[in-house]
Design a protein around this ligand. Sequence first.
Ligand code: ACO
Length: 422
Amino acid sequence: MAETITIIDDRTGKKVTVPVTNSVFASSALRELDPDLRMYDPAFLSTAACKSAITYLDGEQGILRYRGYPIEELAEKSTFTEVAYLLLNGELPNTQQLAQWNYDITHHTMIHENMRKRFVDGFHYDAHPMGMFISAVAALGTFYDDARDIFNSETLDKQILRLIAKVPTIAAMTYRFSSGLPFVLPNNSLSYAHNFLNMMYRIGDDYEVNPTLARAMDVLFILHADHEQNCGTTTMRVVASANSDPYSATAAAAAALFGPLHGGANEAVIHMLAEIGSVDKVPAFIERVKNGEEKLMGFGHRVYKNFDPRAVIIKKTAYEVFEVTGMNPLLDIALKLEETALKDEYFISRKLYPNVDFYSGLIYQALGFPEEMFTVLFAIPRTVGWLAHMIELLDDKEQKISRPRQWYTGQDVRSYTELQKR
Ligand code: ACO
């Protein structure tokens, strides 16, 4: 029998019965009771703002699936570009489709010389790479006169391809600019992650990307490609709902990701570990967290209340990377923090576990990335997720421009007092 929920308005005695599917009911039912009725839901804790078939997440069970495929299987067997195809198209590509997709991405990695020479060169020497990334993605759209033609699917696909292909180039460019190093052009013979590391680190002719490190980068890209309706993706959907172009909407989503409570957390984890300084200082730090003086960065998640499956894969990847690069000295502090917190009632009762950012910063550091680049590394693969949500939103006939309502708590009407009388 279909499940239903019945809501009674005690003010009028009116009642409405609506179907509940997967614990969701359509809030439009409330309008039947009273068209002016509003649900107060700060930070959307109980609101499903869209239907989505892209990513499935069960926070209690620690499950994450892209288009039905478990993240563990994809991280083990797939590649980032294949996962990108899957997220955007709904199905894994066949051999020929994948070859074409990889070819297309590889052949769109270049960016206009003016982006590099005039736009990026205009930044202050110590500009944060993520600030440069956000601005450069928005600026990229100004190079294409078809960027705003979003209802032509062929044109939209072209923008999506351009964005996915060019974000690693932009990311590497922000790093090379910050370091005062000459830019390295994309190399069409390399894979996505390999090419990115090459653009980051090549100096002269003798640089070879270690395949274990390139694979680790690819796995990190897979793990970060989508995560359903998080802050950045919601930003993407809200901006795209106004029919903004994909470059502007991606820049807006990236701006949300820049926040320390979102994609900026891995940078904050490294600061925290460095500040703690040694394993013996961990217990005192945990006490400060429990007293509300500090936050344990890289712990806790709005949705995962058991474990973050990405954190499990990342921890394993960290050890593979450290075998090549040598141990990261901050790892011992991280392990001690994790061990102490997981046994402590404060963290147990609040269901706080390591999230994706707890170990990712340690890998990034071992791969040679400065902390300021960490969020940029997150933004590269998440661009795919954002764009998959943009396509889904534009195809969804139930969607309109996002426009939540408010609960007004300000002054009642009052008369203007002349300045001299105040
Ligand atoms: N350290 C210490 N206490 C914490 C932490 C933490 N990292 N996270 C949550 N808590 C506590 C809160 O103080 C609160 O305690 P209270 O009930 O005594 O008031 C309780 O746990 C519930 O926390 P909320 O803030 O209500 O949880 P919310 O779902 O709003 O926040 C968030 C989730 C933002 C991720 C939070 O856990 C946090 O700030 N973590 C640290 C930052 C971080 O690692 N962010 C990365 C998230 S993953 C990502 O974006 C890719």
